[in-house]
Structures are given as structure tokens and as C-alpha cells.
Design a protein around this ligand. Structure first.
Ligand code: PRP
Length: 181
């Protein structure tokens, strides 16, 4: 039977409430660390768009955060890392002397974050930190720093809250484990 005809069930891995609470905690921590600064949040498309939107709305309004986006693709519609992430969209503004926070939905093998850090650090930001909602440490092939991490998760097929399966299900409110039924 073709994969497209396989049926699946969803088991909640991280509930909407749990995610909301953790995002709030991360936002508080980030607000403390960037007090008096004007950070630039860089959302890594597509996966981070929901997390970034929620994170920014939980920030202390005193923080004058700006936002821009990059797009990087490692997996396309497949499930195996290309190991050579392709930068599909670059920033529209210079980051020299800026306090930059890269925001990812998930760090898996690590190649995407590694490529982004390499690309951005040569542009001489004042600081460059990273934030990811999810990490699958057991899948890591290159070591990358995650300064703010939402959840360490097991190596399961997940989707929702920005993460996808072949571009589907990004809008699910929970992060779910997708299981063949
Ligand atoms: C996903 C995710 C990260 C990357 C992590 O992007 O959003 O950017 O993979 O994987 P890695 O640590 O193994 O490099 P994907 O290529 O699926 O694109 P998307 O964000 O548009 O879904």
C-alpha cells in the first residue's frame, strides 16, 4: 500500500497548554536577558512561524524586538536530512552590530542551525544566540548551541505547531506523534 493511502493516528506529545506555558517561560527568560537591548529575532521559515509569533507576543513589551525571516530547507518533502541545507530566503536588513536571536522550530541533525550560524556570524552581529522550541538530541550529527530550548523530545515522527509532514498539519495546536494505525 502506498504511503499516501496509509492511515495515521495522532497522539499528543506536547499539549497546547504545555507549549503555551513553556513559551511563556522562554519569553520571560529572553526578556530578562535582552533588557535594555534591541534584539533582532530571525524566524527560520517555515517551521518557526507559529512559535515565533507566540514567543514575541509573550515578550515584555519594554523589549524593542524587531523581526525578520530566513528560509532554509534541509528536508524538502522527505524525511532524511540533505546535510546541505539550502538557504531559500535571506535577510532584508544588515545585522552588523545587532543582537541577533535565531528562532527555530526544531533542531534535528543540526545542519540547518550550523549553516545559519556560519552564514550569520561572518556578518559581525554584536551577539548571535539561538532559540528552538524542540530538539531531538538523539538525532544530532553536528553539535550546535541552543541557548533557549523549549523541549527535548524523543526521536518520534512529529507534526503540528509549525512542524509538518510533507507540508501538511503545521496548523495543529498540539505537537503530536504521528503513528501508522
Ligand atoms: C526543518 C526545521 C529545521 C530543520 C532542522 O526544516 O524547521 O529548520 O529541519 O533539521 P536539521 O537540524 O536536521 O537541519 P525543513 O527543512 O523541514 O523545512 P521547514 O521549516 O520549511 O519545514
Amino acid at each position: 500500500m502506498g504511503a499516501e493511502r496509509q492511515n495515521y493516528t495522532h497522539e499528543i506529545l506536547l499539549s497546547e497548554d504545555l507549549i503555551r506555558a513553556r513559551v511563556k517561560e522562554l519569553a520571560n527568560e529572553i526578556s530578562q536577558d535582552y533588557k535594555g537591548k534591541k534584539p533582532l529575532f530571525i524566524g527560520v521559515l517555515k517551521g518557526s512561524f507559529i512559535f515565533l509569533a507566540d514567543l514575541m507576543r509573550e515578550l515584555d513589551p519594554e523589549i524593542s524586538a524587531e523581526v525578520d525571516f530566513m528560509a532554509v530547507s534541509s528536508y524538502g518533502r522527505g524525511t532524511v536530512s540533505s546535510r546541505q541545507p539550502k538557504i531559500e530566503l535571506d535577510l532584508r536588513i544588515p545585522i552588523e552590530d545587532r543582537e541577533v536571536l535565531l528562532v527555530e522550530d526544531i533542531v534535528d541533525a543540526g545542519y540547518s542551525l550550523e549553516a545559519l550560524i556560519a552564514l550569520l556570524s561572518v556578518r559581525n552581529p554584536k551577539s548571535l544566540k539561538t532559540c528552538a522550541l524542540l530538539s531531538k538530541k538523539s538525532r544530532r550529527e553536528v553539535e550546535v548551541p541552543i541557548d533557549y530550548l523549549g523541549f527535548e523530545i524523543p526521536d518520534l515522527w512529529i507534526e503540528g505547531y509549525g512542524t509538518d509532514t510533507a507540508e501538511q498539519n503545521r496548523g495543529l495546536k498540539n505537537v503530536v506523534h504521528r503513528k501508522p494505525s
